[in-house]
Design a protein around this ligand. Structure first.
Ligand SMILES: Nc1ncnc2c1ncn2[C@@H]1O[C@H](COP(=O)(O)OP(=O)(O)OP(=O)(O)O)[C@@H](O)[C@H]1O
Ligand SMILES: [Mg+2]
Length: 245
């Protein structure tokens, strides 16, 4: 999650998810962004029933989950997901629909459930946070991304107090241009402000990561020897071993 657009949330969900599945974990990806890029990134159609039907029409998650790869399921956004932001009835229970739908599903046998969030903090984001134990915030190497990060902190804190469970915060440096001084400055800042919370791996800017979704492939299928594949494989190891910088 990060309210700032284009920081690498979706790229990270797609490729970190596949890396975890390739390492033998059972993984499910939930697309909470109406842009619906998780399905298309895996070469599937987003014009299918997905989280839109789960959140708007009480359809069961098990009825809309799709096996996208070995050990990897996705639940697409579906075409109507944006409508959920405008749901006004239901009071505070509206924030808990995703959590309840997950609890009522067979997803409790999964090792990892990754939720891709939209670049906003509306009802979709609230549902994601109420359902989550941990929030990963991608920070790309520019100041606006840092600003997005600082906006996220009070939102996560508020979600913690409203939901009554703690939410662990993690940061990951994304789209890092190693030649730019600014990129290193931003990385140093987050390391100073969030000691012990920043994953060791830095995801470098890598053109193959930008190209792969247009082929409906993850980086491990499109260019397994690329820097992008190396970095997302390493990030998965960070997550599995809680390896920090
Ligand atoms: N490490 C990277 N190297 C090169 N391109 C990248 C990298 N990470 C992401 N991109 C590209 O940057 C753009 C934004 O990435 P992505 O869609 O993952 O961000 P996002 O945070 O999900 O955006 P949004 O806020 O719109 O949901 C995409 O075109 C993507 O292919
Ligand atoms: Mg996205």
């Amino acid at each position: 999650m990060n309210q700032k657009g284009g920081v690498g949330k979706t790229t990270t969900t797609i490729n970190l998810g596949h890396a975890l599945a390739l390492a033998g974990n059972k993984v499910t990806l939930l697309d909470m962004d109406p842009q619906g890029q998780i399905a298309t990134g895996y070469g599937l159609d987003n014009n299918q029933s997905g989280l839109d039907d789960v959140l708007l029409n009480d359809v069961a998650i098990d009825d809309v989950r799709v096996e996208a790869r070995d050990k990897l399921y996705i639940i697409a956004a579906g075409r109507q997901l944006a409508d959920f932001e405008h749901v006004s009835e239901g009071g505070s229970a509206r924030g808990h629909r995703l959590r309840l739908a997950i609890e009522a599903s067979s997803l409790n046998d999964q090792d990892f459930i990754l939720i891709d969030c939209p670049p906003s903090s509306g009802l979709l984001g609230i549902n994601a946070m109420f359902a989550a134990y941990e929030v990963v915030i991608p920070v790309s190497s520019d100041y606006l991304s840092l600003q997005g990060l600082s906006r996220m902190i009070p939102i996560v804190k508020r979600a913690e107090s409203l939901s009554g469970h703690t939410i662990k915060l993690w940061l990951v440096s994304t789209r890092m241009d190693m030649r730019r001084r600014l990129a290193h400055e931003v990385r140093n800042r987050i390391l100073n402000y969030f000691p012990g919370r920043v994953f060791a791996t830095v995801v470098r800017e890598n053109v193959a990561l930008a190209e792969s979704p247009s082929f409906g492939k993850t980086i491990f299928e499109y260019k397994p020897t690329s820097a992008g594949a190396e970095d997302y494989f390493s990030l998965a190891q960070d997550l599995l071993e809680r390896r920090i910088s």
